[in-house]
Design a protein around this ligand. Structure first.
Ligand code: NA7
Length: 546
């Protein structure tokens, strides 16, 4: 991979070469800015480069899990099935990087250790982990929301003598489970996707579950070429629809009424219909599943009954049935997850009732027994939203670090999830308090990249040197975000949405739940009003504009 665009002083430095970083590089280059991106991995892909665990697949449908900004890319790329698997997404991003000649602007195998704002120069000083130093007017993070992996600090963690992997850092070569005793900790999306695939190969699989998930069937299938032809012909409409939709998807609320308005029989029929359809639409069966406890219970109970019907051993079925509000934690899609517990080579251990005590050289010890294992899989999730940003020593005005400013989840303050006061000319793509993970992420990424690109062009045209969110604007935005979230059931359940999955992390809710269409409207209005909720300084005069 070559890097011919490397410079010590550029207009913009971008971190990451996933969906966000790639498009940001392209957008800025097209606008005539000099840009240098850095990526810790050896190639493009971001989380899709790293998440190579068995069964890794996206829960968004392929035809909308791509860039929409380029008609050429839409026409030239063809997905194979309804839900894209990791390898295919990675191939897609590699295709985009080639097609737009992006790799020459990216320095791979390089982690950014620090980014410090120099108030005198009005520039960002960027330090790589190898001591290289660069300066840039703009500092843009495209580090993803779920890229800082979480391995719980179990006693004896490093003593295990078998192979151990986190799903988010899976090796490139195939892990051979044949004849192996495998232990898998965690039953979120990653664990639930990996379980059926590992079970087919392993001699024995022991799944260590702390909290059961509500999982509904994905029902993946190969795409019909005729369908894809129609999609390509109508992409302008599709683009418009998803950009202004609630969550960046084509599916919307199926029945725009309360679940409680239907009789139990009607409701069952509706749930059954959507269950058969597969995909993430189940949570959209009625309009109040995420806000009304009683309505939510009807969907929760439907899924619990499905689990009970599928899993033959009633004791195992009981352990697999969740009791919190459906969809308040990230809903999961699966292929044969519950069926897998009918296999003789699969055991479920409930670590809430018998907690993991320690990792031993031979395996994993719970309060009840030691499980001997050859391979240990950590499907234990991520320090979401702020975790990837805190891995970099980001310091704004007066040397204050982002971590110090935000302190913990409850103190995090952003304006629009794009910027934060005290950090001029820094932009975050899908940052905390933007729709990000509660949307079809590439659509949210595109909107952020375009907003940032437009903002930088505006600044260039107007001779503006710095842009920085006003404190009162970010206070109001953070308050608004939290108030919206509190109207839902999502703040009432422990999850990575609330930061509860990370020991010592304070509870908050760092995702804007108002929807991508509404959010786009708000962001567009801010730009149309000449960024009045920001402090702007002019290049020469250095006088605040507002
Ligand atoms: P998730 O959804 O955060 O799942 C992590 C799982 O690991 C979850 O079941 C956790 O249980 C479990 N976990 C975490 N720490 C422990 C400890 N200490 N002991 C036992 N079990 C533990 O991560 P995923 O990788 O599955 O998915 C992340 C997102 O990526 C996903 O939502 C998609 O958006 C893509 P808990 O529920 O916390 O009790």
């Amino acid at each position: 991979m070559t890097n011919t665009n490397k410079g010590v002083n550029v207009d913009a430095i971008v971190i990451g070469a996933g969906f966000a970083g790639l498009y940001m590089v392209h957008r800025l280059r097209e606008a005539g800015f000099s840009v240098q991106a850095f990526e810790a991995a050896p190639d493009v892909g971001g989380v899709w480069y790293a998440n190579r665990y068995p069964g890794a697949r996206c829960d968004s449908e392929s035809i909308i899990y791509n860039y929409t900004f380029s008609e050429e890319l839409i026409q030239e790329w063809t997905w194979t099935s309804r839900f894209p698997e990791q390898a295919e997404i990675l191939k897609y991003l590699s295709f985009v990087a080639d097609r737009l000649d992006l790799r020459r602007s990216i320095q791979f195998n390089t982690r950014i250790a620090a980014a410090h704002y120099d108030e005198k120069q009005k520039k960002w000083l960027i330090y790589t982990d190898e001591g290289e130093k660069l300066t840039a007017k703009y500092f843009i993070t495209g580090v993803g929301c779920l890229s800082a992996s979480n391995i719980p600090n179990f006693k004896g963690l490093t003593s295990f003598q078998g192979q151990a992997y986190h799903t988010g850092h899976w090796p490139h070569e195939k892990v051979d489970f044949t004849g192996k005793r495998v232990g898998l900790i965690g039953t979120g999306s990653s664990g639930i996707q990996a379980t059926p695939v590992i079970a087919q190969e392993a001699e024995h699989l022991t799944v260590f579950q702390r909290t059961p998930a509500y999982s509904t069937p994905a029902r993946n299938y190969p795409y019909d070429p005729e369908f894809l032809k129609q999609v390509k012909e109508n992409y302008a409409d599709i683009r418009q629809k998803i950009r202004w939709s609630k969550m960046g998807y084509l599916h919307t609320i199926v029945n725009d009424r309360s679940a409680l308005e239907d009789s139990p029989e009607q409701r069952n029929e509706e749930y059954e219909k959507i269950w058969e359809r597969g995909g993430l639409g189940f949570s959209q069966t009625y309009n109040d599943l995420l806000v009304d406890e009683a309505a939510n219970e009807t969907a929760s109970e439907f899924i619990r009954l499905k689990i009970a019907e599928t899993v033959k051993d009633p004791k195992v079925a009981e352990k697999l049935q969740p009791s919190y509000y459906y969809s308040a934690k990230r809903p999961v899609l699966d292929t044969n997850y519950y069926e897998t517990f009918n296999r003789e080579n699969v055991t479920l251990i409930d670590v809430k009732s018998s907690p993991i005590v320690e990792v031993t050289p031979k395996g994993l010890k719970t309060s009840e027994q030691e499980h001997e294992l050859d391979i240990l899989v950590f499907a234990t999730g991520y320090d979401a939203m702020t975790g990837p940003l805190f891995k970099i020593d980001i310091r704004g005005k007066n040397g204050v670090s982002l971590k110090e400013k935000w302190e913990d989840g409850t103190q995090t303050r952003t304006y629009l999830g794009l910027t934060t006061a005290g950090f001029p000319n820094m932009f975050m793509i899908t940052g905390p308090e933007s729709p990000s993970v509660l949307s079809n992420v590439p659509i949210s990424i595109e909107q952020h990249v375009e907003w940032i690109g437009d903002c930088m062009e505006h600044m260039r045209e107007q001779g503006i040197e710095t842009i920085e969110a006003k404190v009162e604007a970010e206070e109001a935005w953070s308050k608004h975000c939290f108030e919206l979230a509190q109207k839902t059931l999502m703040t009432k359940v422990d999850s990575w949405y609330t930061g509860a999955n990370i020991e010592g992390k304070s509870r908050g809710f760092l995702i804007y739940v108002g929807g991508v269409g509404e959010y786009r409207k708000i962001c567009d209005e801010v730009a149309a009003k000449n960024y009045e909720s920001f402090n702007l300084t002019l290049k020469t005069e250095k006088i605040p504009l507002s």
